[in-house]
Write a new protein. Structure first.
Length: 662
């Protein structure tokens, strides 16, 4: 949320440390320096207006004050007080009701208790509030025994959210030693000052208030930058800036929800480009990332190895077929594919002394945006502007499993492929394909029998088969890996996207020992001469390790089957909608076309996105193909809510199309 004024959020290291005293002193200091200020305590336990009354009696001048949203009689934590009277504290409601009608310079918002005091049964705290609201945070700390530990813990907790500034006010008797220790141990950008607690004469009180505001002014008045001004300097991926010069700003994400600037909440219907399988901001992944950064952030991977990479290999060995035994790390899907391509080229050169240049690919296959990956994805129609710079590939038309209209002449028969392989196998370096489901070219489902037969035919001729499971892997196609459903194991598999649960960029190209042996020699030049600065970045590996543990320990694939049942129900409901074509579902993906004619990526689908966001879903259709693939580690009520909203969206879309026809 971008308020027209600055928000100062006052919290404490504990209850009764003097939050209200410091809030009113700040307000008094501002009023004395001619500022327009407001006070708001959104959640008040212990009696109506308890703290507001204190603030009103200890400030003079034109103070704006606003009603609490939740008031409880019992002086206990907000979640307990609310539970006792059958109320649910809704953080969104608090966020949406932040007062913004008055022209203010500063709004002081006082929390209830410390940062981690639970607000509701979901365990949301003020930390979650700070994720939504850009504010300056003032931590009030008592001055005495325990101060150091409580203050440092609170400030450390604040480092998990992005605040405009953080400062600590020691409230009470001056304690020179505490101040000395905190000056040494607090992060250098956290301002520290003290404020007396005991009463003193009015004049001297005003002086102290002015002094307090004076010492914090430098952090409060940090020049507010309107970030949206910088949108004109962005060059976004797959975006025509003339049609879409600005994009909405997302401020935070949790579970399936994305929270936008201004408070709008959208369900992430496409798992943020298919990366996020386990919901946003999973706390276990956050902790693993933080811990790893503090232990070993990065080191080159050529002459050193490290625990997170080894642990990741150990966990993946339990998931992948044992023939896939050599793990090469890189950074994203495209580079994982480049590596697979280079493995095949060098494998043939070094194992036979002959160069094999031809790659077989499937029409509709998309493998990434670097030059090699684009060449392999030539049949996807994504990379047309770069055709002159790509190498040639043999594009085969796959047998599809979802288009009733496809007839035998529209795909290459297994026999014709076998014939090519028999006659020309000594020229073919490899065959790459997305197993079961081609994602980017429009969620195209491939006939599994057909695909299996061509893999078997390649294997008979020793042609390496590369499965690009960057999209289908880690459950998206309905099993941990799609190759398991096909019943054939590739020679090379490319993995990325959900590998880190949607948290950090990391990828793997895993090959058989046969491929690896072609590189194994006394010559350095026979090595796979490929690597990136961030190869096997320990933090990304730690995120992947924790993701795989979450998969095992939190039953992620069981939750996937709950989502699959829901998607299949939705498919049955919408399959006869007029204007919806080829309604299909594979694993955690549901898709259909909204035009009977051939698919095209380059159509403007802004109206679909707008319609979806009216139903609280974020979608990004692939041309005429509308699809959803939400995170699948969801709570049952989130799955039901998603189903309800998506069905409403489908009805609106159907209705909209009918209106267009009339
Ligand atoms: C099947 C497949 N391969 C490769 C890629 C490229 O991955 P990245 O965007 O991480 O480079 C994608 C991306 O969508 C993909 O779906």
């Amino acid at each position: 949320m971008t308020a027209k004024y600055k928000i100062i959020f006052v919290t404490g290291t504990d209850t009764d440390v003097g939050k209200t005293h410091i809030s009113s002193s700040l307000l008094q200091g501002f009023l004395l320096s001619g500022k327009k200020v407001g006070y708001w305590k959104p959640v008040q336990s212990g009696g109506k207006n308890l703290d507001l009354d204190v603030v009103l009696t200890s400030t003079k001048g034109d103070l704006n004050h606003f009603e609490s949203i939740y008031t409880f009689e019992e002086p206990v934590s907000p979640d307990q007080a609310a539970r006792k009277v059958g109320v649910k504290i809704d953080l969104q409601k608090i966020f949406q009701q932040i007062p913004n009608t008055q022209p203010l310079d500063y709004l002081v918002v006082e929390g209830a208790g410390g940062l981690f005091v639970p607000l509701n049964e979901q365990g949301e705290t003020w930390i979650d509030f700070l994720r939504l609201v850009e504010s300056h945070v003032v931590v009030v700390s008592r001055c005495g025994l325990g101060t150091l530990n409580h203050t440092l813990l609170t400030v450390r907790a604040l480092s998990n959210v992005s605040t405009k500034s953080s400062s600590v006010v020691l409230s009470g008797e001056n304690h020179a030693e505490n101040k000395k220790s905190l000056t040494r141990d607090l992060p250098s950008d956290v301002k520290l000052c003290s404020f007396p607690r005991s009463s003193f004469g009015e004049e001297s009180h005003d002086l102290h208030c002015k002094k307090l505001v004076g010492s914090l002014n430098e952090v409060f008045s940090l020049k507010g930058d309107n970030l949206n001004d910088h949108q004109k300097n962005l060059w976004r991926p797959f975006t025509q800036h003339k049609l879409s010069p600005n994009s909405p700003r997302v401020v935070s994400a949790k579970g399936i929800w994305l929270t936008m600037e201004g408070g709008e909440k959208l369900m992430d219907g496409v798992s943020s480009w298919w990366t996020n399988s386990i919901g946003h901001a999973h706390p276990r992944i956050g902790r693993a990332i933080h811990k790893q950064q503090q232990t070993l952030d990065h080191v080159l991977f050529a002459d050193m190895v490290h625990q997170p990479a080894l642990e990741l290999v150990s966990l993946l060995k339990k998931e992948l077929h044992e023939d896939l035994s050599k793990y090469f790390f890189s950074d994203d899907g495209s580079t994982a594919v480049e590596v697979a391509l280079k493995m095949c080229c060098q494998h043939w050169k070094q194992s036979t002394g002959k160069v094999r240049k031809r790659f077989m690919v499937l029409e509709g296959g998309y493998h990434g945006d670097t030059l090699g990956a684009m060449s392999l994805g030539k049949g996807s129609g994504f990379h047309d502007p770069y055709h002159h710079w790509m190498f040639d590939v043999d594009i085969l038309r796959p047998k599809l499993a979802f288009e009733d209209s496809q007839n035998d002449a529209d795909f290459h028969s297994v026999e014709s492929i076998q014939e090519t392989l028999t006659n020309e196998h000594d020229q073919i370096a490899g065959f790459i394909m997305e197993p079961l489901l081609q994602g980017a070219s429009g969620m195209r489902v491939i006939d599994p029998q057909w695909q299996k037969a061509i893999v078997v035919a390649c294997k008979e001729k020793n042609i390496p088969v590369i499965f690009d499971e960057i999209f289908t892997g880690f459950g998206r196609a309905g099993s941990m890996f799609a190759y398991q459903q096909l019943g054939v194991t590739p020679d090379i598999i490319c993995l990325s996207k959900a590998l880190t649960g949607g948290n950090l960029a990391l990828s793997l190209t895993v090959a058989t020992d046969t491929i690896f042996q072609s590189f194994y020699s006394d010559q350095k030049s026979d090595a796979l001469l490929h690597g990136h600065s961030y190869t096997a970045n320990p933090i990304a590996c730690a995120a992947a390790v924790e993701t795989l543990k979450v998969y095992r320990e939190e039953g992620v694939l069981n939750n996937l089957s709950v989502l699959m049942q829901s998607l299949s129900k939705m498919r049955n409901n919408i399959k006869n909608y007029s204007g919806f074509y080829n309604v299909r579902q594979v694993g955690g993906v549901l898709a259909f076309e909204i035009a009977e004619s051939t698919r095209s990526y380059n159509v403007d689908t802004a109206f679909i996105r707008e319609l979806a966001s009216k139903h609280q879903i974020f979608l990004r259709p692939l041309g005429n193909t509308v699809y959803v693939c939400p995170p699948f580690h969801l709570k049952p009520h989130e799955v039901s809510l998603f189903e309800e909203k998506f069905m409403m969206f489908c009805q609106s879309l159907c209705h909209y199309q009918q209106l267009q026809k009339e």
